[in-house]
Design a protein around this ligand. Structure first.
Ligand code: C2E
Ligand code: MG
Ligand code: MG
Ligand code: MG
Length: 292
């Protein structure tokens, strides 16, 4: 086939181009992996931002979610979407996850932020020592367990693993809250929620986005909020971008709101300033270096 096309002049060339591009991609990922290893060991380039989460009724900041950032030396600011998966594929997620957790707990302990939420990859739960490592970070930083929330995804519950269940039980028994992130996009059933027990549901931003225009979505969101109430779970809506969405969620009794309308992710310094009531979080550049 290739010979046939190459006889026409450009087929073979195109084939080679494709293979080269694949090689380039593999090389690219390998370079990025090494860069991430370096960033982790040297603690350079990685940073954290915090997105405030507000109590719907009082309007006060209830807590904040930690979001990792990587300012790559040559590629610039990379979205977590570009490197969390890489870290997971290359066995770096435990190290990255512990770095994020430690820095977030240290920050929260030194601030008057009521609580801090940290995203946890499902792969981190493969480590049977995960709960102990989390407890170790609390001891090391002095943060009270009640001030830490871990965000997991529905896929983790679907694994139906005794180890996952034991780990979640141990974390929650210590007083750490567990939130189910991006709720509604996975396949978790009510029976999973009952088996595992979580403290909070975070309604995925795709639902919030359609809230004002889609009656069916409105019904679904109302049901999620009612489910939360029935099962004694708090409910947070993610991705609140308009006053209309905020109004609907408040009317439905959603406990907490998070989104660009209220605040973008901000640096630790900005968060502390807005907690002190000196300034509203500035929705400027949300990519900043971590402050150790
Ligand atoms: P997530 O945990 O669901 O975090 C919410 C994402 O939505 C964040 O994107 C946040 O910046 C963005 N967001 C917040 N409000 C709005 C809004 O009003 N509109 C829109 N369109 N987006 C909004 P980000 O920071 O790019 O993070 C993307 C994902 O990367 C996170 O989704 C989380 O799954 C993952 N991630 C981030 N940091 C970490 C981490 O430290 N560890 C792990 N394992 N995953 C992380
Ligand atoms: Mg999250
Ligand atoms: Mg989310
Ligand atoms: Mg999300």
């Amino acid at each position: 086939d290739i010979a046939l096309y190459s006889a026409k002049g450009d087929g073979r060339g195109r084939y080679h181009l494709f293979v080269d591009e694949m090689d380039e991609n593999v090389r690219d990922q390998r370079v990025l992996e090494m860069d991430l290893r370096f960033a982790l060991t040297s603690e350079t380039g990685l940073g954290l931002v915090y997105q405030p989460i507000y109590d719907t009724h009082s309007g006060r900041m209830a807590g904040a979610e930690t979001l990792v950032r990587w300012d790559h030396p040559t590629r610039g600011k990379l979205s977590p979407a570009l490197f969390i998966g890489l870290a997971e594929d290359r066995g770096l997620i435990d190290q990255l996850g512990m770095w994020v957790l430690t820095a977030a707990c240290r920050f929260a302990q030194g601030s008057n932020l009521p609580w801090v939420a940290v995203n946890v990859s499902p792969l981190q739960f493969r480590d049977e020592k995960f709960a102990d490592r989390v407890f170790g970070v609390l001891e090391q930083t002095g943060l009270a367990a009640r001030r830490l929330e871990l965000e997991i995804t529905e896929g983790l519950l679907l694994q139906n693993s005794p180890l996952v269940q034991a780990t979640l039980n141990r974390l929650r028994a210590r007083g750490i809250r567990v939130a189910l992130d991006d709720f509604g996009t996975g396949y978790s059933s009510i029976s999973y929620l009952r088996t595992y027990g979580v403290d909070k549901l975070k309604i995925d931003q795709s639902f919030t986005a359609a809230l004002a225009t889609d009656q069916e979505i409105q019904g679904i969101v109302r049901s999620i909020i009612e489910l939360g109430r029935a099962m004694h779970m708090q409910v947070t809506a993610e991705g609140v971008e308009t006053a209309e969405q905020q109004r609907i969620l408040a009317a439905m009794g959603c406990d907490q709101l998070q989104g660009y309308l209220l605040s973008k992710p901000v640096s630790a310094e900005q968060l502390v300033r807005s907690l002190a009531g000196k300034a509203a979080p500035a929705p400027a550049d949300d990519i900043r270096r971590a402050t150790a």
